[in-house]
Design a protein. Structure first.
Ligand SMILES: C[S@@+](CC[C@H](N)C(=O)[O-])C[C@H]1O[C@@H](n2cnc3c(N)ncnc32)[C@H](O)[C@@H]1O
Length: 251
């Protein structure tokens, strides 16, 4: 297994960013495939806001949220408790070796994880084994080849390319969105349906700082400064390209 570092880190900046996500805002593509009584795994659940929304939808079924970070699992548990949701539990573990018996889940949801993995197909194969026959997976990841940025300049393009390259050096791939269909097929899934959408970030400051923090930490100070300056433009734009895929385990 190639080495893997989670590029955003679990800073308050990154975690608060993830915690704004809901099933409605980021998982809508999978909602038509979720029903009451389903047993669902949320792979790479982060702070658990999407997992808790899924739990409400599939009650009295159960959601298992899984993340490699203990701090994320603790935050997810706290969020579920505060939300009064008792049909979600959270586990620390690796997506390459899931702590569940084979064929446990009706559905597996996986949002914003594949782009951080050095061997995403291995994680998808592991997910395949944990799905029941006729079970379905919903995966969604960004693709930095589709990012829309304004105002544009050679400097800001170089800064965001440096971030994508940093993620690649960490073992991930920010350009993975377009490959989700092929990866799912290689992992054994069938009936693969792909879609893409844009998310227009409401504040440049938020995304500018998210990217700048890790560039700065890794010694790319000039790129970090470029991003922070760019983020001050109140009429600028950053839009994220997301690819979603829904697929089936048919045997
Ligand atoms: C970008 S966050 C996404 C969180 C949530 N799914 C969302 O979309 O808001 C990715 C999460 O995957 C977790 N992660 C990274 N590598 C992992 C691995 N190998 N196995 C399990 N979780 C992992 C990270 O700790 C992080 O919480």
């Amino acid at each position: 297994m190639k080495s893997e570092v989670y590029t955003p880190g679990h800073t308050p900046n990154a975690t608060n960013f993830m915690a704004t996500r809901t099933l409605e805002s980021h998982g809508r593509f999978f909602v038509p495939f979720l029903s009451a009584n389903h047993n669902v795994l949320d792979l790479g659940c982060g702070p658990g806001t999407i997992s808790v929304d899924i739990a409400r939808l599939i009650a009295p079924g159960k959601v298992a949220g899984m993340d490699s970070s203990e701090s994320q699992v603790m935050q997810a548990r706290k969020h579920a408790e505060e939300a009064g949701v008792s049909n979600a539990d959270f586990h620390v573990g690796s997506c390459y070796k899931l702590p569940f018996v084979n064929q446990s889940f009706d559905r597996i949801f996986c949002h914003a994880l594949m782009e951080h993995l050095s061997v995403p197909v291995a994680a998808l194969r592991e997910a395949f084994h944990k799905l029941k026959k006729d079970g379905m997976i919903g995966v969604c990841s960004p693709d930095s080849d589709g990012w829309l940025l304004s105002p544009s300049s050679a400097e800001i393009e170089a800064a965001v390319t440096a971030y994508a390259d940093l993620q690649q050096a960490n073992g991930g791939n920010l350009r993975i969105g377009k490959s989700l269909g092929v990866l799912l097929q290689d992992a054994g899934f069938t009936d693969i349906h792909l879609a893409a959408r844009y998310e227009c970030y409401p504040s440049l400051e938020f995304i500018g700082e998210y990217l700048a923090l890790q560039l700065e930490k890794n010694g790319f100070k000039r790129h970090a400064t470029t991003l922070r300056e760019w983020a001050k433009d109140s009429n600028g734009m950053f839009a994220q390209a997301w690819v979603s895929a829904v697929a089936k385990r048919s045997q």
